[in-house]
Design a protein around this ligand. Structure first.
Ligand code: FES
Length: 132
């Protein structure tokens, strides 16, 4: 078992990449891995999912009226496993792009850049998205 990458290390700080979880913690069709971010000054929930081998991250904030999407804690996929579904009014989103494909969504989900390296998953901060 390898040690947790140092989230405050020089490399992470300089590049904006923050360790989230082990790659094995994100499995297709399983629960998402939740995390918190400061988005535009407000603490928001976010989540990461695995889909078709890739890792994708989004703010847990629907583009319809800003409610959290999960229909059970950390469950975002619909029964087909193909779409992210908002529990409030049923908007469907493409897991790979965040694009709204059906329902009342008003645009895509707010994407968070993700990457995997050495068995770990990282998310990337930016000017409007910071660690809590
Ligand atoms: S808040 Fe998500 S569909 Fe309405």
């Amino acid at each position: 078992m390898s040690a947790t990458p140092d989230a405050t290390g020089t490399e992470a700080t300089a590049s904006g990449w923050h360790p989230l979880c082990r790659s094995a913690d994100l499995r297709a069709g399983a629960e998402a891995v939740p995390f918190e971010v400061r988005w535009r000054g407000h603490v928001c929930r976010a989540f990461a999912v695995r889909y078709r081998g890739g890792v994708y991250g989004y703010l847990n904030r629907c583009s319809h009226v800003g409610l959290e999407l999960d229909w059970q804690p950390n469950r975002f996929f619909d029964l087909t496993g193909q779409w992210l579904v908002c529990a409030a009014h049923g908007a469907l989103f493409d897991p790979a792009s965040g694009r709204c494909v059906a329902g009342p969504g008003r645009g895509p989900l707010q994407a968070i850049e993700m990457r995997e390296a050495d068995g770990w998953v990282y998310w990337r901060s930016r000017y409007d998205l910071q660690p809590v």
